[in-house]
Write a protein that binds this ligand. Structure first.
Ligand code: DGJ
Length: 746
């Protein structure tokens, strides 16, 4: 890995064995994007973009060359009002009301390692040898403004990260109206766009379509990343598949309002951009102040989507996620939410825990309803004290009793919220996040706390610490169940345009404080399921509740979409009871187990009502998972058959790095009468090695070469789940699955 500055051509080349990224200083002033893709040699790193005189593409003042126009030059960080009519990367308004800027190249610096982004989540290098950083400084001398474009290249990953800082070196305040974190120009538009939109209960659909003229924008104006769009987009070769083709992705390390867009221009050029949503953003920089924009992870794959995902998974595991649980096997948990909702007592929870121990569960999580006087979702958020009627002996006593059974103990919090019916609200109604003198909308009958205010953050930190300092807690689920409205603060010193970003900085500070103070705790983020599943949260909390939808069929899509960008070790996936509470569908316990086992396995049901047969199946699922979770959580994940391509069958595979062990999961959604099952070709194995292949539960393995499994394939015939409890082996029925164990013989 290295960053080279070529003095002769005034150009930079960041490269390692997997990726090259080149940019050049043009006309001593402008920074032009040159190349991003597969590693190339180092001779021509300068801007070789052929410029022609084009009508209505103006030439900047001082340029005698009519061919030169910012409207056609591929740029790294485009401004506006300078002849480039495409979408800009930034915009400011100066104290005198003017908004024109002319930034010019000033200097550069190359450093070993990677600097932290203070107060923001960021990717990191544990040692200086793991990364190198390039910072390019641009200045607008008239306005006294400095822009720093920051790039990091990591050893061994096809990944570049980017961020931007704007500083006010002048004597007057400057308003930032827009400051995106990355922008890239391509000199063609032969691309498909891939994005991950969704909604509550159906997060992260993989949506793919050709790019087209105009601007296609995805964003969040909800104060949080939200279920609606993931802060991610990728451009890919229209012919790209899971196994072939170029993919270029951008993923935002931020949990607040964002935007990403793709613009195809009159010249059939493509510009992609990502950053904080400028829609309601307005930040005043006083003299000597700077604003640091969050980071964008730019990931490239020359070999299709599987490899794209695998690089991101490994990169996030090693360079984004932190702490004691970073590479630890994740415990099999039981969460009481769908089993009891708000209706539980100490006795009920202890009965559930007793049964959980029998099944092999390792962590018992007490979800919503343990605090204040919370018997439904209308009260008590903000009052993090024990609900004495439900738990008369207190939380410490309950936790100790659960731990005495050999389980770990976990607890639910929703620390950013306040109910109108709460002691906290009665004492501090002005702590609700809302515009002054405006009525606040409710969502799930609750308000959001104003985390822009220090006293609010301190109150919540102290309340949570009071619990954590007295109760032995091993895991916390951190929930967030509504989006922002009437955005503003009741503290008149905080202007509306800064609120959502200040909120995020406040939240990051709270999470940093608590996760640092209690490093042994496994933190799981949640927002009505996967409404805030983003790289920003992953920096503090190594796992996320993927979706409130626990239906096995719905989960095939949700987990496939999620796997495009997030590591399996971050993905909570639970078996729940049937008929499913979100879609009312009844699927087999086998299929529910096989789907949930492809993530961080948990159970979210009342184990005291399981039949003896069901308990036996669950116990077997948990045993099996414990023996394979290292491979599942930290192995290479492959999507073989996607539910987004009209498939009635879905197939996933996990392979270890040494290609000695693999698991193949195959799911049949609806059965069709009178059909024959096709062969499924596997992937990721060593073609020259021989492997034993054994269906879970079967005793006799068969031996195949890796080449046979990958090129000829396997016929899969998922049995009816009930075959586990019946002697007859039936071949028809919906919602069936197969899990095949593959082990190298040689
Ligand atoms: C939403 C979460 O996604 C659920 O799992 C559960 O914790 C509820 N909130 C509790 O209110």
């Amino acid at each position: 890995m290295t960053i080279v500055y070529n003095e002769q051509s005034s150009s930079f080349h960041l490269y390692n064995t997997k990726v090259s990224y080149q940019l050049a200083i043009v006309n001593s002033k402008y920074i032009s994007h040159v190349y991003w893709g597969k590693t190339v040699g180092n001779t021509h790193t300068d801007s070789d973009f052929p410029m022609w005189d084009r009508s209505f593409s103006p030439n900047p003042s001082g340029s005698a060359d009519r061919n030169f126009s910012l409207n056609t030059l591929p740029q790294e960080y485009p401004g506006h009002n300078n002849g480039d009519y495409r979408e800009s990367a930034f915009a400011v308004t100066c104290a005198d009301g003017t908004f024109s800027t002319q930034f010019e190249y000033d200097s550069y610096a190359i450093k070993e390692g990677k600097a932290a982004l203070k107060g923001l989540p960021h990717t990191y290098a544990s040692k200086d040898q793991e990364a190198q950083m390039l910072t390019i400084q641009l200045k607008d001398k008239l306005k006294g403004l400095k822009l720093e474009l920051m790039y990091t290249i990591f050893e061994d990953y096809p990944i570049i990260t980017r961020s931007v800082k704007l500083s006010n070196e002048g004597s007057e305040p400057v308003e930032i109206n827009k400051l995106l974190s990355a922008s890239i120009d391509y000199d063609h538009a032969d691309f498909d766009l891939i994005q991950l939109p969704g909604g509550w209960g159906r997060e992260r659909d993989i949506v793919r379509h050709p790019v087209h003229r105009g601007v296609h924008k995805i964003d969040s104006k909800r104060g949080t990343t939200s279920h609606t769009y993931q802060p991610f987009l990728a451009l890919c070769d229209p012919k790209a598949t899971e196994h072939t083709g170029d993919i270029y992705g951008m993923h935002f390390v931020y949990s607040g309002e964002f935007m990403a867009n793709v613009e195809v221009t009159e010249y059939n050029h493509t510009r992609i951009q990502m950053g904080i949503s400028p829609e309601y953003f307005n930040w005043t920089l006083q003299p000597d102040e700077g604003f640091q924009a969050p980071e964008v992870v730019m990931s490239y794959s020359p070999d299709g989507l599987n490899e794209f995902s695998q690089s991101l998974h490994r990169f996030y595991q090693k360079h984004l996620i932190r702490g004691q649980h970073q590479f630890k096997e994740r415990p099999v948990l039981m969460n009481n939410w769908e089993g009891t909702y708000f209706d539980f007592s100490e006795e009920k929870i202890l009965d559930m825990a007793d049964q959980a121990v029998q099944l092999g569960i390792e962590l018992f999580v007490l979800d919503d309803g343990w605090f204040g006087k919370r018997n439904d979702d209308r009260s008590s958020l903000g009052d993090w004290t024990i609900h004495r009627e439900k738990l008369p002996n207190g939380l410490k006593s309950l936790a100790e009793k659960i731990k005495a059974k050999g389980l770990k103990f976990g607890l639910w919090f929703e620390p950013e919220m306040i109910s109108e019916d709460s002691e906290l609200y009665r004492a501090h109604p002005d702590w609700v996040l809302k515009a002054v003198h405006r009525e606040a909308s409710v969502g799930r009958d609750q308000y959001i706390l104003d985390y822009t205010r220090k006293e609010v953050r301190e109150n919540i930190i102290n309340q949570i610490k009071a619990v954590l300092d007295t109760v032995p807690i091993d895991y916390i689920k951190w929930d967030f169940n509504r989006n922002m409205t009437e955005i503003g603060s009741q503290d008149p010193s905080i202007s509306d345009g800064t609120v959502t970003h200040r909120y995020m900085l406040g939240l990051y500070e709270v999470m940093e404080t608590l996760t640092t103070a209690y490093p042994h705790i496994l933190w799981e983020s949640c927002s009505g399921g996967g409404g805030r599943y983003d790289p920003g949260m992953l920096h503090y909390m190594p796992q996320t509740w993927t979706s409130d939808n626990t239906d096995a069929v719905a989960r095939l899509e949700i987990q496939t979409g999620t796997s495009l960008v997030f590591p399996i070790s971050s993905m909570g996936s639970h078996v729940s009871s049937v008929p499913n509470h979100q879609v009312n569908r009844t699927t087999s316990l086998k299929m529910r187990g096989d789907v949930a086992s492809a993530g961080n396995l948990g159970y979210e049901l009342d184990p005291t009502v399981l039949t003896a047969d069901e308990s036996r199946i669950v116990k077997k699922q948990i045993d099996f998972y414990k023996n394979h979770r290292q491979l599942i959580q930290y192995g290479l994940f492959y999507r073989l058959k996607s539910p987004f391509e009209g498939n009635n069958e879905v197939a996933w595979m996990f392979v270890d790095e040494n290609q000695t062990e693999a698991l193949f999961f195959y799911y049949l959604i609806l059965d069709k009468t009178n059909t024959l099952r096709p062969r499924v070709t596997l992937t990721g194995l060593d073609p020259h090695r021989r492997y034993t292949v054994k269906e879970k539960g079967e005793s006799e393995p068969k031996v195949y070469y890796g080449s046979e499994l990958m090129y000829k394939g396997l016929f899969v015939q998922p049995p009816l789940a009930e075959s586990e409890t019946q002697s007859s082996y039936q071949i028809n029925g919906d919602f069936r699955s197969v899990c095949v164990q593959i082990k190298a013989v040689d």
